[in-house]
Each structure stands twice: as C-alpha cells, then as structure tokens.
Design a protein around this ligand. Sequence first.
Ligand SMILES: Nc1ncnc2c1ncn2[C@@H]1O[C@H](COP(=O)(O)OP(=O)(O)OP(=O)(O)O)[C@@H](O)[C@H]1O
Length: 242
Amino acid sequence: MSILAAEIETETLSVENVSLYYGAAQALRAVSLQAPVGQVSAVMGRNGTGKTSLMRAITGRAPISSGRILLGGSDLTRMAPYARARAGVASCPQGREIFPLLSVRENLETGFAGLPRGQRNVPDEVYDLFPVLHEMAHRRGGDLSGGQQQQLAIGRALVTRPRLLVLDEPTEGIQPSVIKDIGRAIRYLRDQKRMAILLVEQYVDFALELADRVTVLDRGAVVMQGEAGNLDHDALRRAIAV
Ligand SMILES: Nc1ncnc2c1ncn2[C@@H]1O[C@H](COP(=O)(O)OP(=O)(O)OP(=O)(O)O)[C@@H](O)[C@H]1O
C-alpha cells in the first residue's frame, strides 16, 4: 500500500448511515459520506435539508439515533464535543460564535483549551492567512465586521491544529473580497496542510470552485453524491435551487 493510500485510510472522516431526530422530527435519514484528507468535501442543499444537523452530528453538538462517525482510527460516535476536538475535529459554526466581549487575541486563545502546554500558541499561518487578525488583535470580537468575524472563527479553529475542519456556510453575508481570502485559505489548508475539509455551502459557484467531492441533501437524505468533476452540474444546481 502506498503511503498516500495508508494516510487516506487512517485520516478520512467517515459518516455511516447517520440518522438524527429532533423529538419526532427526523432531520437526517441514514446519511453516509466520506471526507478524505487533502480534499474539500462540500455538502449542499436547500434551506432546512439537514446540512447544519449533519455538522452538529459530526462535532457532537447533537446526538444521533443510529449510525457511526469515524475519524481515522477513532470512533467519534459516543464522544463528547471536547473529546472530538482533541481527536482533531474543529468547526466554524453557522453564526460564527465569536465571544463579543473578548479581544481577537483572546478569542484565538480559547482554542488552547485542549492543547498540550507546548502547543499553546497561535500558529504563524493564522496571521499569514488573515493579517487582519494581527492588525486587530486588541479589538473586541463583537466590534469586527461579519467577514472579519468569519476569519477569526477559522483562525480559532486552526489554533486547535485540526485534522478535520468543518465550515458551515463561511460565505454567508460576507463581502466578495473576504470570500476570496476565505477561498484562498481553504485551498492552502487542503493542499499544504492536507486537512480534510467539510464545507457546507449554499453559494454554488464558490463550492464548486473548491470542492473535490459533493454531497447533496434533500429532506435529510443524500440525493446526489460523487466527485465534483463527475457530477452533472446542471442537475446539481436544479437539486439545490430554491
Ligand atoms: N433544534 C431544533 N429543534 C427542532 N427542529 C430543528 C432544530 N434544528 C433544526 N431543526 C429542523 O431540522 C431540519 C433540518 O435543519 P438544519 O438546520 O439541519 O437544515 P439546514 O440545511 O442546515 O438549513 P439552513 O440552510 O437553513 O441552515 C429543519 O426542518 C429544521 O427546521
């Protein structure tokens, strides 16, 4: 087996037949997908089709009723969110969840919690990717623009040195110049850091520009899945059109 094949096998996120309910309402119906390292795996779908629920299932914020979630050799299924973070899962949730009264620097430092003492620093690449975080280190998180907050949310996720980065609609409500920066950061993390990136995105052109693989959800179920280059993009656009 080549080194690359071994790495993919040990580092891939594997979601297997995951179902999730809110009370009696089923939000995910036996969803399966793979997100290998060194690839962007996009999850798309109309509003309310279960994209955020899938992200919550992976990060441990919502319990699943059946199925399994594996990251490489670790079975995350029953792990608490903090244990999943230690196992290498980082997420930028919808709404970003920046601490408004903490400074930019302090927001980044909240990512230290699960790290060994020797790694409790902000990696240079966070500031290389998003120089604004350096310039605004002492500003309060709540005083940043939406785009700057999104960069901060990604920076904070990177502080935890993740193997899997989960991004829930990173372009939502953000100006084009910052969307470009975010796209560049995602490419860098995929190609240079070889992270597995799971990207929930409604902005089709942005998602298709980056995605290696695509999963489309409809009413909580997978209705289309495959390598981005092999999918019928017109059918895909129809499947997610509002
Ligand atoms: N906490 C909750 N309690 C009850 N139902 C919920 C809850 N969160 C989501 N839902 C329902 O579950 C379904 C899937 O929602 P989810 O947020 O996962 O979809 P989504 O594809 O991320 O939507 P959006 O694009 O609007 O963020 C929807 O019908 C939604 O109303």
